[in-house]
Write a protein that binds this ligand. Structure first.
Ligand SMILES: NC(=O)c1ccc[n+]([C@@H]2O[C@H](COP(=O)([O-])OP(=O)(O)OC[C@H]3O[C@@H](n4cnc5c(N)ncnc54)[C@H](O)[C@@H]3O)[C@@H](O)[C@H]2O)c1
Length: 348
């Protein structure tokens, strides 16, 4: 079912591997290597610009060396990801066969929602996907085609009519529903940079509507379809809800509301045999994450500080979403599980 996306990972690693010698060759051609010996390079230190006696070739060699080691590092990360996900991806068990689910929040193949969808489909779950706005329909349909029997439906969570009709269509097509994966968040870009005290009322409202309230709105529509089933609802959150992460700002407040909603929903829906949990993921390079100013430096810092000394992958989050959507987590509700390479336990 997922063969094409799985096989892309090794291909990507190979692509990087094949680039390495090319970059190295380019570097050795050293177009700036001057024939006439030492050149003058300008360096700046403590705001003073100084002339130093350094050959252009040295500067070029240094830059090429840096580039080579960065590419080698990236290649290693890809190989690591490939190796980490290989064992479970081959272990098809059909644990969720005859079950149905809806996944909200696929934007592209990097989306955490897509990783969750593949993990659920690996276990045999049939899925519906939703997209927000016409622009997203094509990419979501293309990905959904990889998973046999999938439904694709419009559902902008700021539009109650679209949520209604998405769940109506799911009811008509699937009859019942077992799982919801809610991986939807939004805040205007301006709100994800600079001082939190500059948060606008509009930015505050829309980020809460999309990123927090939508869980409750969706749960209410899913409830009747989960009647008599072992229903599960899983949402995605981030540690910025409880600690200050630079530039995460209003999204941190929305995630706090989301996590609290998980607890209230779990209490309400438990008697109906519906479990509600959250996965608090470490930072992953996705479309939404790129909207947070300085995201790359957050990734680097966290990789240095986590007990596992690395960042996590979307697939590692996806498998935990599948765990929370399946029978192995039957005694868990109202919980937030961290999938962050252990970052949340660190004091410094
Ligand atoms: N990437 C990370 O570092 C990270 C870490 C922790 C938690 N998360 C959370 O994971 C979830 C998925 O995000 P992602 O990182 O995979 O990014 P993503 O950009 O791939 O997914 C975000 C999704 O939200 C959808 N969305 C935005 N506004 C919407 C609306 N009005 N109606 C319906 N859908 C809407 C987008 O279309 C997109 O599919 C989010 O809740 C995010 O906060 C991400």
């Amino acid at each position: 079912m997922n063969n094409s996306s799985q096989s892309q990972r090794p291909l990507l690693a190979l692509k990087f591997r094949s680039l390495l010698p090319k970059w190295a060759d380019l570097a050795s051609q050293a177009p700036f290597r001057g024939p006439s010996g030492p050149a003058t390079a300008r360096t700046s230190h403590n705001s003073q610009v100084q002339d130093t006696d350094m050959s252009a070739a040295d500067v070029w060699d240094g830059a090429a060396q840096g580039l080579r080691s960065r590419l080698a590092h990236r290649e290693q990360l890809l190989l690591d990801e490939e190796n980490r996900t290989k064992p479970w991806r081959n272990a098809l068990t059909g644990l969720l066969a005859d079950k149905t689910g809806v996944v909200l929040g696929v934007a592209n193949k990097r989306s955490i929602a897509w990783a969750a969808a593949r993990a659920l489909a690996d276990q045999g779950m049939r899925l519906a996907f939703t997209y927000a706005g016409e622009r997203m329909e094509g990419p979501v349909r293309k990905l959904a085609e990889e998973l046999e029997g999938s439904l694709v439906l419009p559902c902008d969570v700021t539009r109650p009519d679209e949520i209604d009709s998405a769940f109506e269509s799911i009811g008509k097509e699937f009859g019942t529903l077992d799982s919801v994966v809610h991986a939807v968040a939004f805040a205007p870009r301006d709100e994800l940079a600079g001082d939190f005290f500059n948060t606008t009322k509009e930015g505050y409202m829309i980020s809460h509507e999309v990123s927090a309230y939508s869980l409750t709105a969706v749960a209410r529509r899913a409830m009747p379809l989960m009647e008599g089933r072992d229903g599960t609802i899983v949402t995605l959150t981030y540690i910025g809800s409880e600690r200050v992460i630079p530039n995460y700002n209003v999204m941190g407040i929305a995630k706090a509301a989301l996590e609290s909603s998980v607890r209230y929903l779990a209490a309400d829906l438990g008697p109906r045999n519906i479990r509600v949990n959250a996965v608090s993921a470490g930072p992953i390079r996705t479309l939404s994450a790129s909207g947070v100013a300085g995201f790359s430096s957050i990734l680097d810092k966290i990789a240095e500080r986590t007990p596992l000394r690395r960042n996590i992958t979307a697939d590692e989050v996806g498998t935990v979403c599948a765990f929370l959507s399946g029978p192995h987590s039957s005694g868990m509700t109202g919980t937030t599980i961290f999938v962050d390479a252990g970052y949340h336990i660190m004091g410094v």
